[in-house]
Design a protein around this ligand. Structure first.
Ligand SMILES: *Cc1c(COP(=O)(O)O)cnc(C)c1O
Length: 379
C-alpha cells in the first residue's frame, strides 16, 4: 500500500490573489499622489476602463467599487421590478441584489451538467409580475444564452448575467459580455482578475452605459443637476491602479491555472465516484475555479467527509455553492424555494467541492493534492 502523503506545511486555500511587484504599485501610486486625485473618474480609472474594454472586447464598460453594487445598479438601470427568475446555485449577492431592489427572487432549478439556470424550466415560472431573468455563468461555464434570450424575447423580459466567474470567457470566440442586456463582472480579490474589491458592468447599448455612469455617481449630471436617485458605485484610483498591474499578469495566471487544471483532470478522473466539472469544447475557460463532484453512492467518502479529511492535510477546499440561496432563512419561505422544485440544485450542492487553483500552487502542488485525494478515495 502507498505511503500516507505528507500534509502541506502551510495552509492551502482555494485561491491566492495575483500580487504585482510592490515597487510597481508604489511607482503608480506616486503618479496618483502627484495628481492629488483619488477617485471620481481619475486617470487610473480612465485607463483601466479603456484597457479592460479592449482586453475583454466589451465596448461599453463601466467600472464599479464592487460587483454587488454593480449588480444593484444593473437592476436599477433596467427598471427591474416585481419578480425576477434566478438560480439558487450561486453566491448570496445574486438574490440579495434583487431584495435590495424590492424585487422577489423566483428560484429556478439548474441544468444537471452546466449547473447554470435550466433554460427549459424558466418559461413555466413567468408570471404577470416577471420583469427579468438574472442568470449566473457558474464557474465561468456559460448559461444557455440563446435559449434564455428566446424566453426573454417571448415575454419581454430583460436579461442580466452575473458573470463574476466569467472574466475573459468566450463562446465560439465571442466574448461572454455580448449576451444579455447587462453582464456584471466582479474584481474581488478571490476572482481571477482583481482590483482587491471592484467590479464592472458591460452593456451593448451606449445609452445604457451613460445611464449606468449616472447611477453610479448619485445621478449627478453636472454641478447643478441631479437627475436620477443614484448611489455611490465608483471605483477609486488606488483600486484602478492595482487593476492596471494585475491585468498585465492575468494571461500568465490563466496559463498556469490551465496547467494545474490539466493535472487535476488527468489524475482525478480515474477516482471512483469523482467527476471533474469542465467547460464545453467551444468555450474559453476563465479558470476561476476547479470543481469536482463527489457521488456519495459510488465514492468511498461523501463530499462532506472528503472536505473534512482534506483539512487534515492542510488543504482547505470550499463547498461552492452549499448551502443553496433558497435555503437561507431570508428566502426559504418563498414558494419557489421549496426543495422539491429544485432537485438538481440540491444534488449539486451536496456533491461539489472547489479545489485550490492559483498559479503559485504550481503543477507540483496540484500533484500533491491529487496524491492526497488518491489516498483518501482510492488508496
Ligand atoms: C464574487 C461574486 C459576486 C460578488 O462580487 P463582489 O465583487 O464581491 O461584490 C457575485 N456573484 C457571484 C457569483 C460571485 O462569485
Amino acid at each position: 500500500m502507498a505511503r500516507t502523503p505528507q500534509p502541506f506545511s502551510d495552509p492551502i486555500y482555494v485561491t491566492r490573489p495575483m500580487l504585482p511587484p510592490l515597487a510597481d504599485y508604489n511607482a503608480l501610486l506616486e503618479t496618483v499622489w502627484d495628481s492629488g486625485w483619488l477617485t471620481n473618474g481619475g486617470r487610473q480609472h480612465q485607463e483601466l476602463e479603456r484597457a479592460l474594454s479592449a482586453y475583454l472586447r466589451a465596448p461599453h464598460l463601466s467600472l464599479f467599487n464592487n460587483g454587488t453594487i454593480a449588480l444593484i445598479v444593473a437592476c436599477q438601470a433596467l427598471g427591474v421590478s416585481g419578480e425576477v427568475i434566478t438560480t439558487p446555485f450561486t453566491f448570496p449577492a445574486t438574490p440579495h441584489v434583487l431584495s435590495w431592489n424590492n424585487v422577489t427572487p423566483v428560484f429556478c432549478d439548474v441544468d444537471p451538467e452546466t449547473l447554470c439556470i435550466d433554460a427549459s424550466r424558466i418559461e413555466r415560472l413567468v408570471t404577470g409580475r416577471t420583469s427579468a431573468i438574472l442568470a449566473v455563468h457558474v464557474y465561468g461555464i456559460p448559461c444557455a444564452v440563446e435559449a434564455i434570450q428566446q424566453v426573454a424575447d417571448t415575454y419581454g423580459l430583460k436579461v442580466i448575467y452575473d458573470g463574476a466567474h466569467a472574466f475573459g470567457t468566450e463562446i465560439d470566440g465571442q466574448p461572454i459580455t455580448d449576451f444579455g442586456d447587462i453582464t456584471m463582472l466582479s474584481f474581488h480579490a478571490t476572482k481571477l482578475f482583481h482590483t482587491a474589491e471592484g467590479g464592472a458592468l458591460a452593456v451593448r447599448d451606449e445609452k445604457l452605459k451613460k445611464r449606468i455612469d449616472l447611477l453610479k455617481n448619485f445621478g449627478i449630471k453636472n454641478e447643478e443637476e441631479v437627475i436620477l436617485p443614484g448611489i455611490n458605485g465608483k471605483m477609486n484610483e488606488l483600486q484602478a491602479a492595482l487593476g492596471l498591474l494585475t491585468l498585465k499578469m492575468v494571461e500568465e495566471e490563466r496559463r498556469e491555472r490551465s496547467r494545474i487544471a490539466a493535472v487535476y483532470r488527468e489524475r482525478l478522473s480515474r477516482l471512483p465516484g469523482v467527476r471533474c466539472v469542465a467547460v464545453p469544447e467551444n468555450v474559453r475557460d476563465s479558470h476561476q475555479y476547479f470543481v469536482i463532484r463527489v457521488d456519495a453512492a459510488v465514492a468511498r467518502l461523501t463530499r462532506d467527509e472528503l472536505y473534512e479529511r482534506m483539512r487534515d492535510f492542510n488543504v482547505f477546499p470550499r463547498k461552492y455553492f452549499y448551502p443553496l440561496c433558497s435555503e437561507y432563512n431570508c428566502y426559504r419561505s418563498l414558494p419557489s424555494a421549496a426543495p422539491e422544485n429544485l432537485p438538481q440544485a440540491h444534488r449539486a450542492a451536496r456533491e461539489v467541492l472547489s479545489l485550490p487553483l492559483f498559479s503559485a500552487l504550481g503543477t507540483d502542488g496540484a500533484a500533491r493534492i491529487c496524491d492526497i485525494l488518491d489516498h483518501l478515495l482510492a488508496g
